[in-house]
Design a protein around this ligand. Sequence first.
Ligand SMILES: [Zn+2]
Length: 63
Amino acid sequence: MLDQKLLSILACPVCKGDLQYDQAAKELICLADAMAFPVKDDVPVMLSNEAREMSLQETEKYR
Ligand SMILES: [Zn+2]
């Protein structure tokens, strides 16, 4: 479970935009970049080279 405060200060390392937390997938989603950042042991990994690229179709469910 990620702390709401932590979540509110986190920003995408690529575009500095807001992130959405997918609790089920344990990923932080940047819709602007269509990237998903993993959360490992409740620690967000905010590295673009660790991120997963999402398909446009996949980003639709977060909009
Ligand atoms: Zn971004």
